[in-house]
Design a binder for this molecule. Structure first.
Ligand code: GLC
Length: 455
């Protein structure tokens, strides 16, 4: 164990990126053998989160402060397309520092305009706000959030995400691949992970926004939206056998008020695996929900963050952890945790992923196991009093992670094969593992995550 921790610390330290002499982030991977994908020398906003948590747990707040400010400065690099400009509140997915012997160091951001598939990273602005809140709580530095540029950024992020569009639900509508799963995976619409982050972000802004007369209307709006979002997720995303039985006998095509099956989910759309797989005492939040559409797949990060941020009730949180313990071989196996269960195959894979060879069944986003999830799993397990599961997950992970050189993801039903195209020395793998340890050593770190009064 000590060797594993030392190896992870060493890797994390070697991944720090500097800009004009100041540490500003960590690169995505340091694969010694290459070929590292073109953008793995970038610092990704979402990848930096576990690194930031470890740095702050170890008392290093400066790098996180620099990172938060760097991201804001990078907004000036938005490239406008004639007749269509990206929202100014959008934050980059990643950035890189370019060293040129003549012109010196420059920094360059990717707003999704460089990324594969050209997806806009909606999660980046949410993680940025959530991280700013954690930074404030852990460092005690309130001054950063109060800077006028930061307050302006918070307001514009809220303006963008609370803007009335064509929606009738409190959830947020996003395109496919706009979060950790950054490829086509049938995750457009109202994916759980985005909703969990949205909620975490909203309750964080309530703490960060200056409590002024000018902000009062916005604060009221955020308060209402957070509350209706949470109720909606609890009511409509929650699935257990009781709810499945209700859906199985749903009346459809109900008009007007008083209807039960408001979203018109056809019982015929329930996939075969669910009823056999879901234990009586367990439950989870489904992956996505829209008109006539319920995605029954289990998405790990969305469920874990929902526990952590207090979206689920205590009872629901406990039942999600029971799902983990009852279905451990499927959801954890030999590497915590599987990102999505079950994988899609055949024609469904063709239609859903656009025949993506990286997302073949039981690989990468489509049923691969991602060790970075270890920190979120540990946090959720500790919060629900299941330290035993956290311990088991950690022991399982450290059996192989250091010897395998911290792979990005694993393949296979049990997650026992290093991912076919996984990068080695993936930084968030090492950081996720370290953060899981920090949490096990000091459970009180949980208090730094966003949660509202009864979460
Ligand atoms: C992959 C992942 C994405 C991550 C990036 C860098 O594209 O899907 O979530 O941010 O790699 O590690």
């Amino acid at each position: 164990m000590k060797d594993a921790i030392d190896s992870a610390i060493e890797l994390l330290a070697s991944s720090v990126m500097t800009f004009r002499g100041r540490p500003v982030g960590t690169v995505a991977a340091m694969d010694p053998a290459g070929p590292v994908a073109a953008n793995y020398h970038d610092c990704f906003v979402r990848d930096f989160v576990p690194s930031a948590l470890v740095f702050m747990a170890d008392g290093n707040h400066a790098i996180v402060r620099n990172f938060l400010l760097t991201i804001l400065e990078l907004r000036s690099q938005h490239i406008g397309v004639y007749g269509h400009e990206l929202e100014p509140a959008m934050l980059p997915a990643s950035f890189q520092v370019i060293h040129d012997p003549e012109s010196g160091e420059t920094i360059s951001a990717d707003f999704g305009d460089q990324a594969i598939g050209r997806v806009a990273p909606v999660d980046a602005l949410m993680w940025w706000v959530i991280l700013l809140g954690i930074y404030q709580r852990m460092s005690g530095d309130r001054a950063l959030a109060l800077e006028s540029g930061v307050q302006r950024a918070l307001r514009s992020i809220l303006d963008l995400t609370l803007k009335e569009g064509f929606e009738v639900f409190p959830t947020l509508l996003v395109p496919d691949g706009s979060f950790m799963i950054d490829r086509r995976m049938g995750v457009y619409g109202h994916p759980l992970e985005i909703q969990a982050l949205f909620y975490g972000m909203l309750i964080t802004t309530l703490e960060l926004l200056l409590d002024s007369h000018e902000n009062q209307a916005l604060i009221d709006l955020v308060t209402q939206r957070a509350s209706s979002l949470r109720s909606y997720l609890r009511l409509f995303y929650w699935l257990d056998l009781r709810q499945l039985r209700t859906i199985h006998r749903y009346k459809t095509e109900e008009f007007g008020s008083g209807s039960i099956n408001m979203l018109n989910i056809y019982p015929e759309s329930i996939p075969e695996w669910v009823a056999d797989w879901l234990p009586d005492r367990a439950g989870y939040l489904v992956g996505n929900l829209g008109p006539g559409r319920m995605d029954f797949r289990f998405f790990a990060l969305g469920n874990l963050l929902s526990i952590l941020f207090g979206i689920t009730t205590r009872e629901e949180a406990a039942r999600i952890m029971l799902l983990y313990s009852d279905r451990w071989p499927d959801l954890v196996g030999e590497m915590p945790c599987k990102l999505v269960y079950p994988p899609v195959a055949g024609k469904e894979w063709m239609f859903m992923t656009g025949s993506d060879p990286k997302n073949v069944p039981l690989s990468y986003h489509n049923g691969g196991n991602w060790p970075v999830l270890l920190w979120a799993f540990t946090a959720a397990a500790l919060k629900t009093g299941r330290g035993d599961l956290a311990q088991l997950a950690l022991e399982t992970a450290e059996r192989t992670l250091p010897a395998d050189q911290w792979p990005e993801y694993y393949d296979g039903k049990r997650g026992n094969l290093i991912g076919r195209r996984a990068h080695l020395n993936q930084i968030w793998t090492a950081a996720g593992y370290l953060m899981a340890h920090r949490l096990m050593e000091d459970e009180s770190l949980l208090r730094f995550f966003p949660r509202d009064s009864d979460g």
